[in-house]
Design a binder for this molecule. Structure first.
Ligand code: SAH
Length: 246
């Protein structure tokens, strides 16, 4: 028989372990719950509430933990109706704009999509929930590395990240069913038009890179291009080769 004192301290130890376990479990679940509620509100108010109807876009954005794509000090604001800084003077786009651009691409589950401007990796994750393969290019090495490691951690095995100037596209995997450029440019880089499949769609914030641009969808059909303007937007400028041309 164990002495009473030993049994007592064992009981206390177990009590402490159970209490700590319960505390950790509850704080993690309440923490997640807090973000789920913010996400739900974002979907109802800023996504569905503004006219986004593509169920695949809504489902993707309802699922993705956007708060993990922003620096820790902005986590509580991750589901707000605005862009947020992600470092190096760059931003993660406002949720509504991510939804609008994704919906405008009219994606199908079998599509292969190219994104220029990985940034935080959030837009790439939204695409990856909807299509088969996503290729994303980021010109700033640190952002490319960070996004790649987060996307890997979250289990997105259908996204390939490359550190390069997106102006030249990704020839190795071309042509693409859709191309999305998430930085402002005053012209559409010709290599991207070339790498777009016939029947494919490309979306880009087109115009002055200083203030506002026009969100423009380019469609390629029988080799002909058609442009459709959607709405005014304000994106960070595309850099690199695009600045040397035109
Ligand atoms: N899609 C991102 C946000 C894009 S911000 C997200 O979901 O978070 C625009 C990004 O485009 C920035 O990270 C910027 O570094 C990148 N960028 C600018 N010029 C580029 C270029 N020529 N090629 C690739 N990326 C570029």
């Amino acid at each position: 028989m164990k002495p009473l004192r030993e049994i007592k301290s064992l009981a206390i130890l177990w009590g402490v372990i159970v209490f700590l376990g319960l505390f950790c479990f509850l704080s993690v679940s309440f923490g997640n719950d807090k973000y789920s509620q913010m996400r739900l509100r974002m979907i109802e108010k800023d996504i569905k509430g503004r006219g986004i109807i593509d169920e695949r876009v809504i489902t993707a954005m309802s699922k993705i933990p956007r708060h993990l794509f922003v620096p820790p000090r902005y986590r509580n604001r991750a589901y707000g109706d605005y862009p947020l800084p992600i470092g190096e003077g760059q931003t993660i786009s406002q949720p509504y704009i991510v939804a609008l651009m994704t919906e405008a691409l009219k994606l199908r589950p079998t599509d292969r999509v190219l994104e220029i401007g990985t940034g935080s990796g959030y837009q790439a994750a939204v695409l990856a929930e909807i299509v088969k393969e996503v290729y994303t290019i980021e010109i700033r090495e640190n952002l490319a590395k960070k996004a790649e490691s987060l996307l890997r951690k979250l289990g997105y095995n259908n996204i390939k990240v490359k550190h390069a100037d997106g102006y030249f596209g990704w020839k190795e995997y071309a042509p693409f069913d859709a191309i999305i450029i998430t930085a402002a440019a005053n012209h559409v880089p010709p290599p991207l038009i070339e790498q777009l499949k016939d029947g494919g769609r490309l979306i880009i914030p087109l115009g002055s890179t200083l203030y506002f641009q026009t969100l423009t969808v380019i469609t390629k059909k029988n080799g002909q291009l058609r442009a459709e303007q959607i709405c005014p937007v304000s994106f960070v400028p595309m850099i690199g080769e695009v600045r040397k041309r035109r």
